[in-house]
Write a protein that binds this ligand. Structure first.
Ligand code: NAP
Ligand code: MG
Length: 495
C-alpha cells in the first residue's frame, strides 16, 4: 500500500520567477502597450506573478530577431557547435533542475515528484538527444541521367519556427520542439500556454546564458489569437509546430493555408487501454491506474477508455477501485504527493461537468466524482471511475482531460479492436496480454500513433510520438521529428 499523504503545509522555498517581460533577441523586453496578465498557483489560488501580454507588434519584433539570428549567428554556427551548445544548455538546466521543477509545479499544480523526476529530466533528455543529432543530419548523393555527374540533396533548416505549446507539460512540450528545431539550424519563437508560461521564459534566458546566440530562441507570452494567431499568419515564420486541442489545431491548419505554412499538429486523444483475461491482471491494474491518473489525467495520451475482457471485468474493476481510493490529491509541494491540482478553475469545472454528463447518460460513478478538500483552496478533484459505460456515450468519445476513467467490457479481441478504433482520435493505445502473438496482432490493428504492450504512458526521446486521425500529424521526438524541421534541396552537378 502506498503511504498516506500528509496534508501538512510545506515550508515554501522562494521561487525564482521571471520578470513580466518578453524574451526577444536575447534580452528581456517590455511588451508594446505594456499590458500584463497574471498566472496563478492552482493549488492555492494565489497569483504567482504578472506576465507580459504580447501583441502582434511584439510577434513582428520577435520574427525580426529570429530571422536575424537565422541568417546570422545561428547560421554561422557549425552543426557540431550547435550540438555542443545544446549539450551545454542541457547541463545548465540540469544544474538548476530543482529551481525549474519548483516553478513548474507552482504554475501548473502538478506534484513536485513529477516536475523534478519526470518533466524537467525529460526536457534535458530531449536536449541531449538532439544535441547528438545536430551533426548527423545530411542528404544523399545519387546518379542521375543526362549531362550530369551526379546529384545530391541537402537537408536545410526551414527558417523561423513558431512553437505553440499547451499547459499540461509545459517544459517537456517546449523542449521537444525547441531542441529538434535548433538542432536542425532553425531559430524559434515560442508561445507558451497562458496558464503556465513561466518555465518557458526562464528557459530562454538560461539557454542564452549557456551560449545560444541572441535571437535563436525568443518567447512571446500572451493570448492565443493575439500572439499564437499572429504567428500562424506571419509570412516571416516558416513553420508552426503546435501542441494543443484539436479545435485550435483545426483553426491553425485553416489559417496556415494562406501562407502555405508548414504545420505539425499534436492534438487531443481518447486513448484505449485494452486488458485481456490472459494478461497479468495486477500489472494491468497498475498500468490502467497510471495510464489515467498520472499527471491528473491532463495528459494527451491518457488511457482514458479502459476496455476489459468480461471474464475479468469485475475482478479488475474491484482492484482498480481499491487502488484508486488510496490516491488522494495533496499539496503538490509535498514530496509524497502523487496527484496535484487541476490547472485552473475552468478546467476543474469542465472535468466535473463530464461526471454529470456521464451520470445522465446512465454511467455509474464507482469511485470519486467529487472535489477534494486540500486545505480549503485549489482545484483538486478526486480520481474518478465511471463503469457501465457504452463506447458511444459522450464520456467515452470526448476528451475530458482530467482524472476520469471510463470502463467498458468486451468479449472478443475483434470487438475490442473495433471499439478502440471507434473514435475520432488516434494518439495512443495499450494492450495487456501474455500472448505475444496476440499482442502484436492487436498492435497492428489499432489506429494509434503509439501502442504500449504491457505498459502505459512511457516516452523516450528516441521514440517518435504523434497521432493518427484527428490526434494530428507529424511526429515529435526520434529521427522522424527531424523531417519536420528541415527542407530537402536537390542539387544537380553538371559534367
Ligand atoms: P489549447 O487551448 O489548444 O491551447 C494550446 C496553445 O494554443 C496555447 O498556447 C494557447 O494559448 C494557444 N492558442 C489558443 N488559441 C489559439 C489560436 N487561435 N491560434 C494559435 N494559438 C492558439 O489547448 P490546451 O487547453 O492548452 O491544452 C490541452 C489540449 O492539448 C488537449 O486537447 C490535449 O490533448 C492537447 N495535448 C496534446 C498533446 C499531444 O502531443 N498530442 C500533448 C499535450 C496536450 P493560450 O494558452 O494563451 O490560450
Ligand atoms: Mg499557472
Amino acid at each position: 500500500m502506498e503511504p498516506r499523504q500528509s496534508q501538512e503545509p510545506q515550508k515554501p522555498q522562494e521561487p525564482n520567477l521571471p520578470p513580466a517581460k518578453l524574451f526577444i533577441g536575447g534580452e528581456w523586453s517590455a511588451p508594446q502597450g505594456g499590458k500584463t496578465f497574471t498566472t496563478e498557483n492552482p493549488a492555492t489560488e494565489e497569483t504567482l506573478c504578472e506576465v507580459a501580454s504580447g501583441s502582434p507588434a511584439d510577434v513582428d519584433r520577435a520574427v525580426e530577431a529570429a530571422q536575424a539570428a537565422f541568417t546570422g549567428d545561428w547560421r554561422k554556427t557549425s552543426a557540431r557547435d550547435r550540438g555542443r551548445i545544446l549539450w551545454n544548455i542541457a547541463d545548465a538546466l540540469e544544474a538548476r533542475i530543482d529551481e525549474f521543477a519548483l516553478v513548474e509545479t507552482l504554475d501548473n499544480g502538478k506534484p513536485i515528484f513529477e516536475s523534478r523526476y519526470v518533466d524537467v529530466p525529460a526536457g534535458i533528455a530531449a536536449l541531449r538527444y538532439y544535441a547528438g543529432w545536430a551533426d548527423k543530419i545530411h542528404g544523399d548523393t545519387f546518379p542521375v541521367e543526362g549531362p550530369f555527374l551526379f546529384a545530391y540533396t541537402l537537408r536545410e533548416p526551414m527558417g523561423v519556427v513558431g512553437a505553440i505549446t499547451p499547459w499540461n507539460f509545459p517544459i517537456i512540450q517546449a523542449l521537444w520542439k525547441i531542441a529538434a528545431a535548433l538542432a536542425c539550424g532553425n531559430t524559434v519563437i515560442h508561445k507558451p500556454a497562458s496558464y503556465t508560461p513561466l518555465t518557458a521564459l526562464k528557459f530562454a534566458e538560461l539557454a542564452v546564458e549557456a551560449g545560444l546566440p541572441a535571437g535563436a530562441l525568443n518567447v512571446v507570452t500572451g493570448g492565443g489569437s493575439a500572439v499564437g494567431g499572429s504567428m500562424v499568419s506571419h509570412p516571416g515564420i516558416a513553420k508552426i509546430s503546435f501542441t494543443g486541442s484539436t479545435e485550435v489545431g483545426q483553426g491553425i491548419m485553416r489559417q496556415a493555408a494562406d501562407t502555405v505554412k508548414r504545420v505539425t499538429l499534436e492534438l487531443g486523444g481518447k486513448s484505449p487501454n485494452i486488458v485481456f483475461a490472459d494478461g497479468d491482471v495486477d500489472a494491468a491494474v497498475k498500468g490502467a491506474y497510471n495510464g489515467i491518473f498520472y499527471g491528473k489525467g491532463e495528459v494527451c495520451a491518457a488511457g482514458s477508455r479502459l476496455f476489459v475482457e468480461r471474464k475479468i471485468h469485475d475482478e479488475m474493476l474491484e482492484k482498480l477501485i481499491a487502488r484508486t481510493e488510496r490516491l488522494r490529491p495533496g499539496d503538490p509541494l509535498h514530496p509524497k504527493t502523487r496527484m496535484g491540482a487541476l490547472v485552473s478553475s475552468s478546467q476543474r469545472d469542465t472535468v466535473m461537468s463530464y461526471v454529470e454528463i456521464g451520470k445522465k447518460e446512465g454511467a455509474e460513478v464507482v469511485t470519486g466524482g467529487t472535489l477534494a478538500d486540500v486545505g480549503g483552496k485549489g482545484y483538486f478533484m478526486n480520481p474518478t471511475i465511471l463503469s457501465g459505460v457504452d463506447n458511444a456515450m459522450r464520456v467515452a468519445q470526448e476528451e475530458i482531460f482530467g482524472p476520469v476513467l471510463v470502463v467498458i467490457p468486451f468479449d472478443e479481441p475483434e470487438e475490442a479492436v473495433a471499439l478502440a478504433n471507434a473514435s475520432i482520435y488516434g494518439l495512443a493505445a495499450g494492450v495487456w496480454t501474455r500472448d505475444i502473438g496476440k499482442a502484436h496482432r492487436i498492435a497492428a490493428q489499432l489506429q494509434a500513433g503509439t501502442v504500449w504492450i504491457n505498459q502505459y504512458n512511457w516516452y523516450d526521446s528516441g521514440a517518435p510520438f504523434g497521432g493518427f486521425k484527428q490526434s494530428g500529424f507529424g511526429r515529435e521526438l526520434g529521427r522522424q521529428a527531424l523531417e519536420y524541421y528541415t527542407e530537402t534541396k536537390t542539387v544537380f552537378v553538371g559534367k
